[in-house]
Design a protein around this ligand. Structure first.
Ligand SMILES: Nc1ncnc2c1ncn2[C@@H]1O[C@H](COP(=O)(O)OP(=O)(O)O)[C@@H](O)[C@H]1O
Ligand SMILES: [Mg+2]
Length: 248
């Protein structure tokens, strides 16, 4: 089943009459239920711009984005927040945790904002925290935990409402290599075992090699795609490096 459908999406920054820059030049792709897709491209290729359109944080200049069959350009601003809080989970490079809240409160926040009562919220937070191995740090504050733990708390916040798709923008960008690898293994495990449909953008081939399909983005356009099929992650990584060499 198709979870995400991106149809001729363009994005131009700058108002008419001002200096304009076309960051996305017509993007088309789909993501099916249960897939783990990586979009890989150099800095400035348009990855964050694209994810912000998919997550409804920003609107495309042209084209359509459908999530679970719903065209989010047809939604008004007040409906967008509701749509986002039901359908989308988002992990940012810099965690975006609120420092004044405990980790438990950070994870609970999207549910509290959508009006759930604490007796409904607490079991959901406990369940996702158990899944991500962060139960012992729920009462602590973000400043009291490591970067790797912060990104797990952010992942728990992104998944606690059981979204249709998890979107991740360079989720390992602020982590050391050990924590980065652990997070990627967790994301791959969530995808395999819990069928979390995932779209991650990254400039890093190691991160991309954890996905089952890689799309390449360059200068605001999607080029070819690479399928993992039955390759091991290491084999997929090597085939990815080979493709990058060919594209030089
Ligand atoms: N708000 C903005 N206004 C103008 N140009 C922008 C804005 N955001 C991004 N850009 C430009 O769009 C291009 C793509 O940026 P971005 O999507 O952040 O790329 P990436 O995430 O792949 O590094 C870059 O050239 C960037 O300078
Ligand atoms: Mg970016």
């Amino acid at each position: 089943m198709e979870i995400l459908h991106v149809d001729h999406v363009t994005k131009t920054y700058g108002k008419r009459g001002e200096k304009q820059y076309q960051a996305l030049k017509g993007i088309d792709f789909t993501v099916n239920s249960g897939e783990f897709v990586a979009i890989m491209g150099a800095s400035g290729s348009g990855k964050t711009t694209l994810l912000n359109l998919l997550s409804t944080l920003d609107r495309p200049t042209g084209g359509r984005v459908l999530i679970n069959g719903q065209d989010n350009s047809s939604l008004k601003d007040n409906q967008l927040a509701d749509f986002r809080s039901k359908q989308i989970g988002f992990i940012f490079q810099d965690f975006n945790l609120l420092e004044s809240l405990t980790n438990r409160e950070n994870i609970a926040l999207p549910l509290a904002l959508s009006g759930l009562t604490p007796n409904r919220i607490n079991p959901l937070v406990n369940k996702i925290a158990t899944r991500l191995g962060i139960v012992e740090i729920l009462a602590k504050y973000p400043v009291e935990i490591s970067g790797g733990q912060k990104q797990r708390v952010a992942a728990a916040r992104a998944l606690v409402h059981d979204p249709a798709i998890l979107l991740a923008d360079e989720p390992t960008g602020a982590l050391d290599s050990k924590n980065a690898r652990e997070l990627l293994e967790t994301m791959a495990d969530l995808n395999h075992k819990d069928q979390i449909t995932t779209l991650m953008v990254t400039h890093d081939p190691i991160s991309a090699s954890f996905a089952s399909r890689i799309l390449f983005i360059k200068d605001g356009k999607i080029g070819k795609q690479l399928l993992r099929n039955d390759m091991s992650r290491i084999e997929f990584y090597h085939s990815l490096i080979y493709q990058m060499e060919l594209a030089e």
